[in-house]
Write a protein that binds this ligand. Structure first.
Ligand code: C5P
Length: 224
């Protein structure tokens, strides 16, 4: 019934939530499971932030001339870049400059099957018509502990209180900004991962996607 190629009826899948909620891991695993392409939209804001920090560019100019090849730079994961990302992300002109690329990816994913995008405003602004929306959250103390373990596993020395403060500052800035603030879309399923591991979060997301696709049709074959 469905066309042999082209995005599936459950595409795009929008996954939003605060920092270190598990949304990135969930988005990557959902995309792998379905054979969809994944876009971590936070990387775009981080790349703009990095060129502001490195080259002293005006944030809107940096967003306008953003080179997508910089999205693989490992420095994008640094906390200083994340903090600057949440500052540049509050600027309407920066958000506007990054919108077309995100929408294009959602509508015409490179692999042609479907797209999963994760960020802060995918369900509310980038893809308000997305058929599947998840808002992934977790208690801030648990998110800080997860982020601390991740940083330690990368060999970075930091403390729990520094990570907690970083997350609280970003949460406040992301939720209180005037443009595209962090909040669940009205039709998003809120998934609290405080007591869930990554496998349990994936199972709940796949369950929602299958229900949205009208049972297992179209998705069942991907659900091993
Ligand atoms: O998701 P990640 O932590 O990499 O995002 C870095 C920052 O980029 C966030 O704190 C947020 O301010 C901003 N961001 C955004 N909208 C998105 C994705 C990220 O404002 N869709």
């Amino acid at each position: 019934m469905a066309a042999a190629s082209g995005p599936k009826p459950t595409s795009p899948i929008a996954i939003d939530g605060p920092a270190a909620s598990g949304k990135g891991t969930l988005a990557r695993r959902v995309a792998e499971h379905l054979g969809f392409d994944w876009l971590d939209t936070g990387l775009l804001y981080r790349a703009v932030a990095l060129s502001v920090l490195d080259r002293g560019l005006d944030p809107i100019q940096a967003a306008t001339i953003l080179n997508l090849r910089t999205l693989g730079d490992p420095r994008l994961r640094d906390d200083a870049v994340a903090q600057e990302a949440s500052r540049v992300a509050a600027i309407a002109g920066v958000r506007a400059a990054l919108l077309a690329y995100q929408r294009g990816f959602a509508e015409r994913p490179p692999g042609g099957r479907g797209a999963v995008l994760d960020g802060r405003d995918v369900g509310t602004v980038v893809c308000p018509g997305a058929p599947v929306k998840l808002f992934v959250t977790a208690d801030v103390a648990i998110r800080a502990q997860r982020r601390l373990s991740e940083l330690h596993s990368r060999g970075l020395a930091t403390t729990y209180s520094a990570v907690l403060e970083d997350l609280q500052q970003r949460d406040a800035r992301d939720s209180q900004r005037a443009v595209a603030p962090l909040r669940p879309a009205e039709d998003a399923l809120v998934l609290d991962t405080s007591a869930l591991d990554a496998d349990q979060a994936l199972a709940q997301a796949i369950d929602l996607i299958e229900r949205k696709s009208g049972g297992s049709s179209g998705m069942g074959s991907a659900n091993a």
